[in-house]
Design a protein. Structure first.
Length: 79
């Protein structure tokens, strides 16, 4: 996999975090696997496989589903 594909994957996770629910997750938690993969590819010269990106995309889909899940109705004691 080339660097552009990895950067596109990182961009996708950042976009999900910004658009869907910035307060639901911390950006660094969502982007950490992508940043690590990019670091390994550029600095450690690790070859990124299609399976690596597929696993990250699966994780992104799970994170997106968690963010989009229904939240409980507002309570009187909510701050």
């Amino acid at each position: 996999m080339d660097t552009a594909a990895i950067i596109a994957a990182i961009s996708a996770v950042i976009q999900e975090a910004i658009v869907l629910a910035p307060s639901a997750i911390k950006l660094e938690q969502a982007a950490e696997p992508y940043a690590k993969l990019l670091w390994d590819h550029i600095v450690n010269k690790k070859v990124i496989t299609a399976d690596d990106l597929a696993a990250l995309e699966t994780d992104l889909a799970a994170t997106s589903a968690r963010i989009q899940a229904a939240i409980p109705p507002e309570q009187d004691d909510d701050v």
